[in-house]
Design a protein around this ligand. Sequence first.
Ligand SMILES: C[S@@+](CC[C@H](N)C(=O)[O-])C[C@H]1O[C@@H](n2cnc3c(N)ncnc32)[C@H](O)[C@@H]1O
Length: 594
Amino acid sequence: MSIGVELLKNFKYIHNLASKISSNSLVRTRSILRKMATDTIVDIQKAELKRPSENVGVDKPQRRTKKIKLRKYKAKKVDATSPLGVLQSEIDALLGEHNLSREQITNDVIAILNDINTQTGPIASAYHREVSNIPILKITANGSGLALIDNPVEKSKKQVVVVPFGLPGDITTIKVFKTHPHYVESDLLEITEKSPMRKDELIKCRYFGKCSGCQFQSLSYEQQLELKKNTVINAYKFFAPELVRLGVVPEIGDTIESPLQFNYRTKLTPHFDMPKKLKQLEMRPPLGFGQNGRPTWRHTDAGGQGSILDIEECVIGTEIINKGMSNERKIFETNYTKYKKGATILLREHTKVLDPTQDVESQLDEGSKDPETGCISHLEVELDKKLVKTCVTNTRQVVTEYINGFTFQFSAGEFFQNNNSILPKVTKYVCDNLKIPGSQSDDPHYLVDAYCGSGLFSITASKGVDKVIGVEVSADSVSFAEKNAKANGIKNCKFIVGKAEKIFASIDTPCDRTSVILDPPRKGCDDVFLKQLSDYNPSRIVYISCNVHSQARDVQYFLQKTENGKAYKIESIRGFDFFPQTHHVESVCVLTRA
Ligand SMILES: C[S@@+](CC[C@H](N)C(=O)[O-])C[C@H]1O[C@@H](n2cnc3c(N)ncnc32)[C@H](O)[C@@H]1O
């Protein structure tokens, strides 16, 4: 019989023995036996590691023995600029500050995986425990606290713990509930001493502290902007270290604030899950947003305890979006049995200019209806024109937004920026930074808008330039970009459907007179595009990004790894706060060719 099988038998025997001991007086004996069981499973694992090519239990048996296979930990591949990849960089930075190596914080995940029960077995129970007096040391780009705690099994080691809603300076009680090789996840149970940053009186939402949507409601707005600036600084440290070392990354600018800090989000997507094994829902499931673990620090029952919280109101959603949410929830009360699987409900704000001579109801487009009255819910707004807002729920319906005097239409389900209060500032900033230094007003100037969507930047930057050419992979967005240019009386914009690099086959404008806008999705630009951009060698580049980490990586690649990249200088980098109360930051980096 193999060592593995023998050890595993020992483990089960000792563990069973430990479970049978229930009297209080024997608690210590039980814990000793449990410790023995734990040590045994560690031995099993070591035995397995020493014999990598053999399966435990495959030795020729004298008699039939049950084949026992140890479970192996399979690490998922993560993109370095994804939230999990960024966390690794943040953990390494924390270790550097505390003189710790990765080895000193590595967790024995294989032992947990092979525990008698991965939730309640002795090893899992040793790891997944409550700990008190834990000071939060840092805050991650994802808005969670980071702390160091003792490893419960290997006493010489530490663990890095992620504590959602924890702020640097908080002293906390946490419950560790999941172990990864280099960190553990935890729930914030209690804050025993508050961080000086913490201003819980600012919290407006009763779901805050549980809902995964917001992380920053307990911070002043100035503090939120400061943290976002720090995220931009760290992103360049982690993903453009060579540029930082060479001193070519300028001082990061202050984060530009959003005019609205609540009630700004023009799109929300509440959702619900279908419990496994059910063919039809027997009770209305929670409809709302995901819960971030099972925290109790605010001791609130709001939204329930499921992985999806039942949410009635979202304080960052606009008023009409909240009205739409209320309508759709009432409808869901009666029609949830019709769903065969979980679903997401789209809520998207739509704005229409009213003809003041006609009655409002007759001018309303399709939108979310109040089930009690059967009428389309709407909100009249008086700006320079009389406007009406409705909430669209059909992904294919056309939605309208007005920005800086321009009209934009797009399919409700397609991409469009979600905070229209900040768009006048952003579009002006982009426009101002596209100008070629030293050029006269009558010098020709051309724009390329890569990843142009339905034409937001092409159209808002089109005045005063000779020609704009936009490229976008979504044919639907391109057809709206063309319609939007026409509706705004703009004749100098041309749009093409395709991957961003396709633009280089169509550009006929002189590179010295051309500025390029980049606004890629979270994953950033690919090397093929960046190489071709460098070959084209434009005069200026304004790179807008919702993931500053992939932006920093791309900027370093462009400057250091492409043919003409070295000729560029980073002129400025700063964040824009598209999503107050959350950890998100949009970053704008301006590059100019020397
Ligand atoms: C962040 S959005 C920006 C859209 C637009 N600039 C705006 O602000 O409304 C990114 C856009 O890139 C498009 N996209 C994604 N991958 C692309 C690719 N490889 N080439 C061109 N466009 C792409 C998406 O469809 C999306 O519209």
